[in-house]
Ligand binder design. Structure first.
Ligand SMILES: [Mn+2]
Length: 323
């Protein structure tokens, strides 16, 4: 790890303009990591920018934007409408919390820069950003915030309490409140952030959702059912949902007795049905999703089925896994 951090520092020091970008629909893990890295590179005297979606963001991220503004923490946000002027300065692009090229916030930017670094905690897939100066992809970490907190520690630097709070919120989201992917090192990173002043009350405020959303999701979970001995399924209603909504529900189902794999099915658009599949590790949900034209990893996979119905997809999954 120290060799990687040494190399990362060298690469940062060779550059003057540094852009951070995460995945589409940026969450607090991606954003917290970008904020931490933004502070680090600024401390090296570099110009730093965070590439965001100017129009639509997670509610928790919007809340963080407001908090940062109120706290007079200045950040250079850029977006697809105004980033081009930076290109002639030959910026370094650091991609955080994602390594698949087509899911970054703005894939076109990958083609327009000469130097890319990737830092991500997801299980490395077949499709990844190539020709990088440095690629630090390791599923040994709960979150990208855990990885960059280690970098901060290595550098013996600090971030402000608010940024530490946002980083801790990111770890909390990615570990489902320290329930999954959590190791001794994860708690150490959390303690490190708490010592920097991460605030539990503000963290909870960032992570709060509307009561309606919560109740709605619990209704879906309540109505979920076992499709065989060890697999649970949840069917959403006829409204249109985000892939993240499906993923959250599939993850929630895993916490129940007997459930070793879970599926949530809902509409992603009028004509597209989405499935999110999760497994605690024994069942390979990637194999199941591949049969529906999707993909992923052993424990996390998904599929999108065009011109189908929730009922047809439900039957197809039951067919594949058997009773
Ligand atoms: Mn993450």
């Amino acid at each position: 790890m120290n060799d990687i951090f040494k190399n990362l520092t060298k690469i940062i020091k060779e550059n003057n303009e540094i852009i951070f970008m995460t995945h589409r629909n940026m969450d607090l893990d991606g954003f917290g990591a970008a904020l931490c890295m933004n502070e680090i590179v600024k401390s090296f005297g570099k110009n730093s920018y965070i590439f965001i979606n100017a129009t639509k963001n997670h509610k928790s991220v919007e809340k963080a934007f407001i908090r940062l503004k109120e706290g007079n923490i200045n950040i250079n946000y850029i977006n697809r409408d105004n980033y081009r002027k930076l290109l002639k300065k030959d910026p370094l692009l650091i991609i955080l919390d994602i390594h698949k090229p087509d899911i970054v916030e703005y894939p076109k930017l990958l083609e327009q820069v000469n130097k890319i670094v990737v830092i991500d905690h997801h299980i490395k897939g077949k499709d990844y950003i190539k020709n990088t100066k440095l690629s630090y992809i390791s599923a040994n970490f709960s979150s990208t915030n855990e990885m960059v907190a280690n970098y901060l520690k290595y550098l013996n630097k600090k971030v402000s309490p608010l940024i530490a709070t946002i980083m801790l919120s990111g770890i909390e989201i990615d570990t489902n409140s320290f329930n999954v992917k959590t190791t001794a090192e994860t708690y150490e990173a959390a303690a490190f952030l708490a010592k920097m002043g991460a605030d539990n009350v503000i963290k909870q405020e960032l992570l709060k959702e509307s009561k309606d959303e919560f109740v709605r999701r619990q209704e879906f979970v309540r109505d979920s059912f076992m499709i065989n001995r060890n697999m649970a399924m949840c069917i959403l209603d006829d409204n249109i949902y985000d892939k993240e909504d499906l993923a959250t529900i599939a993850e929630e189902l895993l916490q129940f007795d007997e459930v070793e794999a879970s599926f949530s099915i809902g509409k992603l658009s009028k004509t597209t049905i989405g499935v999110s599949a999760r497994s605690i590790g024994k069942i390979n949900v990637e194999e199941i999703m591949t049969q529906l034209g999707g993909g992923g990893h052993i424990t996390e996979a998904a599929a999108q089925i065009k011109k189908s119905s929730i009922d047809k997809v439900k039957k197809a999954i039951i067919e594949i896994v058997g009773d």
